[in-house]
Structures are given as structure tokens and as C-alpha cells.
Write a protein of this length. Structure first.
Length: 149
């Protein structure tokens, strides 16, 4: 189903051998020199072969189509504002790792406190460290939070 638009795109991008065309496309040498073009062509041919063979969904072909999305990041080199946004997102992700680590440490600390304080009163929810962590997670995400309360 998704192979048809991709195949049409590749057929459009294939080099034209006519120099009289009002639209001058890539020369065959330049087209086949770019590795992304070769990869796209292989994905398109693989999709047509899979459709013609009547085989079911191919996992390798689906992964190859997903890898094509990496081409979007090539735009960052041509668009400085997009490059700035991507750098800011990556910088923010580095900070989020420390936030997640701090959040995990707080959960661990409160799970230990919950085990020590509530183990005798409610052994089902606070009987061990693992169960106490799960209970804290349920309360934090508001999923079945009324049961432990």
C-alpha cells in the first residue's frame, strides 16, 4: 500500500536522458553517486517486488522505510533555524536525563520510607521495596490510586 507513492517518487527522481527537456534533472552519474538515492531506489524496488510476489508484510522492508525518515535530518544542514531547534531539543534531552535520575532517587527514597512505616499496617502494598515502588508509581500516575489509599 505504501510502496506505490514511494515508487512514483523514485520514478520522478530518476534521471532523464533527454537534454531537450525544459526541466533539467540530475544526470545519471549524479543520481547514482548519491547513496540516499541508491537506498531509496532499493526500497522502492523491494516494495514493488514484494507487491508483485504477493508476499505478506516484510519487516526488513518496513525498517528500511523507517530509515528513510533520517533524511529529514539532512534539512538541518540547509536550514539554520531548524538546526538551532534540533540543538536545543538535544540540549534539553540531556537535562531531562538528570531530572529522571533525580525523580528515580526520590521514588526510591519514598519507597524505602513507605516500607519502613507502612509495612505492618498494609503488607500487600508496602510489604517489600518492589511492591512499594509499584504502589508509589500507581499513586503518582493516578492509576488505581484509590485502592492503596
Amino acid at each position: 500500500m505504501f510502496a506505490s507513492p514511494h515508487t512514483c517518487e523514485q520514478a520522478r527522481r530518476l534521471p532523464r536522458f533527454s537534454l531537450t527537456s525544459p526541466f533539467f534533472f540530475l544526470s545519471p552519474h549524479r543520481y547514482f553517486k548519491d547513496r540516499w538515492n541508491l537506498f531509496d531506489l532499493a526500497v522502492a524496488v523491494g516494495g514493488v517486488v514484494a507487491m508483485a510476489g504477493g508476499s505478506g508484510p516484510n519487516v526488513g522492508l518496513s525498517l528500511a522505510r523507517l530509515v528513510r525518515l533520517v533524511q529529514v535530518f539532512k534539512l538541518a544542514y540547509r536550514m539554520p533555524l531548524l538546526q538551532l531547534v534540533i540543538e536545543a531539543l538535544l540540549y534539553g534531552c540531556r537535562s531531562m536525563v538528570w531530572v529522571a535520575l533525580l525523580f528515580g532517587l526520590f521514588n526510591y527514597l519514598f519507597a524505602i520510607i513507605g516500607c519502613l512505616v507502612f509495612r505492618d499496617n498494609d503488607p500487600f502494598y508496602f510489604g517489600g521495596l518492589r511492591r512499594s515502588l509499584i504502589t508509589l508509581w500507581l499513586v503518582e500516575t493516578l492509576q488505581n490510586w484509590e485502592q492503596p489509599m
